[in-house]
Design a protein around this ligand. Structure first.
Ligand code: ADP
Ligand code: MG
Length: 291
């Protein structure tokens, strides 16, 4: 593109809070045919709230107190929500020892002399824990779009803590605008398949890639590129940085983590998903002017 077209495109973007870091970012925007969007914190607000606590064989307050003791040691957004909920209900504040984080799965610790595991079904499977009657409750909650966090105490499934994370107001409109522009939209998530599918269904994304471990997001981008797609990745988390770097165009949500913002080629200052189609439209306009 001519320096003038680049200047115009960059200026148009800046006025809408769409920051193109360089001329290449603007030019690449014009050629994107596939947009991969992270779920938590990108399509959703990234502010999960506990909605249900389902237990088996233990009191809800006890399960919550044990889980919260572990989660207070974790930096995961789900962990913060569990700890906050326990605080609001005023359950006993217990102390955890020997905390261990299991990325993409959950966490564990000793609390009040008991071994407590908090995380997803994969964590429970890896630890040889049978969900028993809680399995069906978990499936139900996940099917309704909630994230189900499982709690096991001394090797036995004790509870399911369900969390809801509302979609951003403009997520569905952003997906529709991308489709209007002939762009395919893929949702990428570390969350459970059923949860991710339900939310994807509500937002209208074409494809869902769920239960992706933090280290595997970039490889999913590579697979799409090998299939001939020109891929933009939109993300907010530390987890997303390698995928943002791998994509033809990395787009960071402005409210996201520093590492996502540093790695991306484009930053959406308003954290509005509708600015994703805006970025591609500005890119296309810039390219047209150079012809
Ligand atoms: P995402 O935040 O996109 O869901 P992560 O890779 O961070 O992806 O986590 C994947 C899944 O692992 C989460 O959806 C959750 O089920 C589980 N998980 C990870 N850390 C925790 C934690 N501290 N407490 C509860 N669940 C967790
Ligand atoms: Mg995220």
């Amino acid at each position: 593109a001519t320096p003038t077209a680049i200047m115009v495109g960059t200026g148009l973007g800046a006025r809408r809070g769409v920051l193109f870091k360089n001329a290449t970012a603007l030019e690449t925007s014009a050629r994107i045919d596939t947009v991969v969007m992270d779920k938590t914190g990108t399509l959703t607000k990234g502010e999960p709230e506990v909605t249900d606590v389902v237990v088996d064989g233990m009191a809800a307050d006890e399960v919550l107190a044990l889980a919260a003791a572990v989660e207070r040691e974790s930096e995961h957004p789900l962990a913060a929500a569990v700890a906050r909920h326990a605080g609001t209900l005023g359950v006993a504040a217990l102390t955890a020892a020997g905390f261990r984080n299991v990325p993409g799965h959950g966490a564990s610790a000793q609390v009040a002399g008991r071994r407590v595991l908090v995380g997803n079904a994969r964590l429970m499977t890896d630890e040889g824990i049978d969900l028993g009657t809680l399995g069906a409750r978990r499936d139900e909650l996940a099917g309704s779009g909630r994230t189900a966090v499982l709690v096991a105490v001394d090797g036995r499934a004790a509870g399911v803590i369900a969390l809801a994370d509302a979609p951003r107001e403009t997520s569905a409109a952003a997906v529709a605008a991308l489709h209007e522009a002939g762009v395919e939209v893929v949702m990428l998530s570390g969350d459970n398949e059923a949860t991710a599918r339900r939310i994807a269904g509500r937002l209208g994304t074409d494809t869902v890639i769920a239960e992706v471990l933090p280290g595997d997001k970039a490889a999913k981008i590579t697979e799409l590129q090998r299939a001939g797609k020109r891929v933009a990745m939109v993300g907010d988390g530390v987890n997303d940085a390698p995928a943002l770097a791998q994509a033809d165009l990395g787009i960071a949500i402005g409210a996201g983590t520093d590492v996502a913002i540093e790695t991306a080629d484009v930053v959406l200052m308003r954290s509005d998903p509708l600015d994703v189609p805006t970025a591609l439209t500005i890119g296309r306009g810039t390219l047209r002017k150079m012809r």
